[in-house]
Structure formats: structure tokens, C-alpha cells
Design a protein around this ligand. Structure first.
Ligand code: HEM
Length: 513
């Protein structure tokens, strides 16, 4: 049965690829069988009016909010099928709820794939006269910034060279846990941890977030900043023209975070300059140094380096701290998975630190991270691309300039692709594990992509994964972890760009040895 499904997928993939190439190159001759964009099903009448049509899908007209947009997307897929379109503000948004279409969009993308930017961030960069970061750039400008960053962040060997710098951060975190035997507010605590870790990557310096000596009160600003990003495209666009109260609040939070990052970057550069004058720079650079690698890359300027560093610093905190909170909550809830993880840790590293070699022998640890990201999908929507050329998908022509979304959050939780989708089963991601059947196993690559796919995928993926592996291995090596009695076994989420639990998660820690 699984073999037939696989064969059918492969032949359908071949057909789709052929269809795509033919249409991109000579749409004219192939267009007889291709239906026009207007035929793509979706809500019509008043719902197709720009802005107004979108508003009618949301509160107060329905119960849908920015945080529950996945419900709207699911309703659309149920009603209109695997390809549909609806008004999202001024533009049409096409939704492709099918792994073959998902693959076609994400794999065959242009070498400079475009993603619609976030309006309020664009406005902020412009008003503050800052160079836009990776997430806001397109085309060659984006590629020129992404390339030097890719060298440092997408090559596994280079990313792994930062493991020794992250290990002491994790050790300090565990030492704090040993004193308290609980993690009171997991998300808040993890924000301190991920800020400290990303500080090591970006500035090669301990910021003091775990020791409580850092003068950075980020937590509230992060919440305001990310909620502002999430809501800006759905709320009134007046902030583009006036400094509305919504914009001012966002600006204040962004200023607070960016000022800290900019100061840290300049301090780190001054330190290197001082070491150079003292003839000690070469010695200092024996350890991997991300900032130095970036700034010394031909084509990088101080302004570009700063914009990249600000993006990475801010982008790397909320994403990973939420993902870790969900992961640890799952493992505390599922003691049998925790025990299997513990046995793997004991067997592979014993009481030692996790290193690159050990990581290659820890498939269950990786499977737990993957399964938690699937079940607690980090985004409320999925991956989105703005087409640079016309494409044909599912027999319809979609013109260039259109935004196309693959609702990966819904697909990752769909029973069609994952049996018992609402359950935490890390074994799905273990190749050849006999304890589950084929329907439970993860086989469709293009329904589950928590870091996106292709040249525009998450640049922090490898860093975030290593960070999660190191700290998770250390925590479960040291403690048996359980939920405090008041914490629900099933968490509710809100989305402030990234999924975030609505309740405080408190964990209880019992020494293993
Ligand atoms: C669990 C943690 C994380 C998740 C789930 C996540 C997820 C994502 C996703 C889904 C995208 C969009 C990909 C696409 O459109 O195909 C993205 C982009 C991005 N992420 Fe992450 N991310 C995480 C951690 C990080 C970290 C640690 C950093 C920084 C060190 C980071 C920096 C970025 C940046 C700069 C982009 C924009 C890339 C571009 O447009 O070229 N992320 N992330």
C-alpha cells in the first residue's frame, strides 16, 4: 500500500515538473489545457473586494483572529480543495494544500525566491534609516547579504564549530536548575538562555542573561515586537503614513532591542580592533568568530553587517525559546519518550558533553525535536512566496507577482499525512523504527517544513537545531522532568509570528544521579 502510494507520488511529481517547465518557457503553446487564474475557486462576491473582502473573514464578522488564521485556511481547503484563492488585503493569496504543489512551488523557485515583506518592519527600517535585514530584502540585494551569512550558518561543519562556545552557556543553565529543581516560567527562562546563546554567536561574548547581570529587559519588548509583526499586515495600514499609537509601541520595542544589539556589535568590533593593535588578534581568532567572518567577507560593509546581525539576534530568540518550551513540555508529558531519550543520552554520551560525533548517533533526540515542531508547528500559516514568473499549478495559471502560500501548519497536523496527528510520536521520524506502522511514519517531505525550504529557508536552522540538541541533552541527562500539577497536558497557543503557549509552563526537575 505504502509502495503504491510512493510510486503514484513519483509519477505525479514527474508530470508536475514537466508541466511547470513547459509553462514557464512557452506558456503560449501549452495554455490550451491551462485554466485561467480567475477560475481558481475561492470566496466570491463581496469577499473578493480588496481589503473589505478580507475583513469579512475575521473578527468581528467571524471568530477568526490573526492567531487562529489556520482555522480559516483549513475551512478554505475543506470548501474549495487543494488549490484556492482569497483576498488578503489588496492582493490575492493562492493557497496550495497539497504536497506535490508544495514541492513545485518551493523546489522549483527562482534562485532569488521572494517572500512578501512585513510592512511595519519596512516602515521601521525606513524611518530609522537602517539598512533592511535579510527578511526584508529581495532579489540581488537579498542574495548579496545572504551569501556571506550562508557561508557561516548553512554549512554544517562551520555551524558545528560553535558547539564548544554554546556548551558553557548550557552548563550555566543546568547549574541554575540544580539549585532550584524547577523551571518556573519556561518561556521566560528560555528567552534568557537563547539570548545568551545568540549573543555568543553574534558577539562572541557572554551577555550575562543567565547570571542576571545583563542590563537587558527584553522579554516584554520581544512580545510587543513579534505581536506587532504578526498583526501589522492584518490591521490598518495607516502606520505606513502616520506614526500611529500601534506603530509607536512597535517602534519603542524595536528600538530597545536593536539598540542593545547595535551596542554589543560595536563593542565586539572595538575589542577586536584593540586586540589587533596589541598584536593579539590572531590568537583571539583561533576560536570561530562569526562577526569577524562576516565583516571580513569581501562585499560586506559595516551597515550590511549590522543589518544582518540585528536580524539574526532578534530572529533567533523568540523562535527557539518557544520551540524549546513546547519540546520540554511534550517530554515532561510523555514520560515513555523521555525515558527513551534518556537511554539514548546515557548510551551515547554518558555524563559527557554533546559533540558533533555524538550528535550523529542520537537519532531519537533529533526525532523528538522534529516531532515537537510538527505537533506544535511554529507558524500559524506556512511558507509563502511571491512569484517572479507565471507558473501553472494544478492546471491553473498563476501570474507573476501573486503571493502563494503552502499552509504547512495545517498539513503537518493532517491525518492524511500523519496518523494520530494530535499525538506526540517521535518514532515517526526514526528511519526504519518497527514500533510504528507506515501510516504513522513521516514520508511526505513537502508537508512538514518548519524551517521552510530552498534558498530562502531559515538561515538560523542549523544553529537553532544545535542549540536545542545541546540544552535538551544536558537537561534530560541531569534530570527527570515532569509538569507542575497546574500545567495542562495539552497547551493552547497564540501566535506572535511564532507559536507561543498561552499558559505559563512550570517544570519540576528530579536529579537523575
Ligand atoms: C526553532 C527555531 C526557528 C524556526 C522554527 C524558524 C523558522 C523560520 C521560517 C519558517 C522562516 C521562513 C522560511 C521560508 O520562507 O521558507 C525563517 C526565516 C528566517 N529565520 Fe528562522 N527559525 C528559527 C530560528 C532562527 C534562528 C536561531 C535565527 C537566527 C540565528 C533565525 C533567523 C531567520 C532569518 C534571518 C530568516 C529570514 C531568511 C531570509 O529571508 O533569507 N531563525 N525562519
Amino acid at each position: 500500500m505504502a509502495g503504491i502510494r510512493q510510486a503514484a507520488r513519483i509519477s505525479a511529481r514527474g508530470l508536475l515538473r514537466h508541466q511547470h517547465t513547459a509553462t514557464s518557457e512557452n506558456l503560449g503553446s501549452a495554455s490550451k489545457n491551462v485554466r485561467p487564474f480567475d477560475d481558481i475557486p475561492g470566496p466570491s462576491g463581496i469577499y473578493s473586494v480588496p481589503y473589505l473582502g478580507t475583513a469579512f473573514h475575521f473578527k468581528p464578522f467571524t471568530s477568526i483572529t490573526v492567531s487562529t488564521i489556520y482555522k480559516l485556511l483549513r475551512k478554505f481547503t475543506d470548501e474549495y480543495g487543494d488549490i484556492m484563492k482569497f483576498r488578503a488585503g489588496k492582493n490575492w493569496l493562492v493557497v496550495l494544500s497539497n504536497p506535490l504543489f508544495s514541492e513545485q512551488l518551493l523546489r522549483d523557485a527562482d534562485k532569488y525566491p521572494a517572500r512578501p515583506t512585513i510592512g511595519i518592519l519596512d516602515a521601521y527600517y525606513k524611518r530609522q534609516k537602517l539598512s533592511p535585514g535579510l527578511s526584508s530584502l529581495q532579489g540581488e540585494q537579498w542574495a548579496n547579504l545572504r551569501k556571506p551569512a550562508n557561508n557561516q550558518m548553512m554549512r554544517p561543519a562551520v555551524v558545528s564549530s560553535y558547539i564548544p562556545a554554546l556548551t558553557p552557556v548550557a552548563d550555566d543553565f543546568i547549574a541554575i536548575c540544580r539549585n532550584s529543581h524547577r523551571i518556573d516560567d519556561c518561556l521566560k527562562t528560555m528567552i534568557n538562555f537563547t539570548t545568551e546563546s545568540i549573543g555568543m554567536l553574534c558577539f562572541n561574548r557572554r551577555l550575562g542573561c543567565l547570571a542576571g547581570t545583563a542590563n537587558l529587559d527584553f522579554v516584554e519588548d520581544l512580545g510587543i515586537f513579534f505581536r506587532g509583526l504578526a498583526e501589522s499586515n492584518h490591521n490598518s495600514q495607516a502606520y505606513k503614513y502616520f506614526q500611529t499609537p500601534f506603530y509607536k509601541k512597535f517602534e519603542k520595542s524595536a528600538d530597545n532591542m536593536y539598540k542593545v544589539a547595535a551596542k554589543e556589535m560595536h563593542d565586539a568590533l572595538n575589542k577586536m580592533e584593540e586586540l589587533r593593535r596589541e598584536g593579539k588578534l590572531e590568537e583571539y581568532l583561533k576560536e570561530p568568530n562569526f562577526l569577524y567572518a562576516l565583516i571580513s567577507h569581501p562585499g560586506m560593509t559595516l551597515a550590511k553587517t549590522q543589518s544582518l546581525i540585528l536580524d539574526l539576534f532578534v530572529g533567533g530568540i523568540d523562535s527557539t525559546s518557544n520551540a524549546l518550551t513546547f519540546l520540554w513540555h511534550e517530554l515532561a508529558t510523555h514520560q515513555e519518550s523521555q525515558e527513551r531519550l534518556y537511554q539514548e543520552i546515557r548510551h551515547v554520551i554518558g555524563n559527557k558533553n554533546l559533540d558533533v560525533e555524538a550528535l550523529t548517533n542520537m537519532p531519537y533526540l533529533k526525532a523528538c525535536v522534529k516531532e515537537s515542531l510538527r505537533k506544535n508547528y511554529p507558524l500559524s500559516t506556512g511558507s509563502i512566496r511571491r512569484l517572479k514568473e507565471d507558473i501553472v499549478v494544478g492546471g491553473y495559471r498563476i501570474p507573476k507577482g501573486t503571493d502563494v502560500l503552502v499552509p504547512l501548519r495545517n498539513m503537518s497536523k493532517d491525518e492524511k499525512y500523519f496518523k494520530n496527528a494530535d499525538q506526540f510520536i517521535p518514532e515517526r521520524f526514526l528511519r526504519g523504527d518497527k514500533s510504528i506502522d507506515d501510516e504513522t511514519r513521516h514520508t511526505e517531505p513537502f508537508v512538514y517544513l518548519p524551517f521552510g525550504f530552498g534558498p530562502r529557508s531559515c538561515i538560523g536552522q542549523r544553529f537553532a537545531e544545535n542549540e536545542m540538541y545541546i540544552i535538551t541533552a544536558k537537561l534530560f541527562q541531569a534530570f527527570q522532568v515532569s509538569l507542575a500539577p497546574e500545567v495542562p497536558k495539552q497547551l493552547q497557543y497564540t501566535y506572535r509570528i511564532f507559536a507561543c503557549p498561552t499558559t505559563k509552563v512550570t517544570l519540576l526537575l528530579k536529579d537523575r544521579q
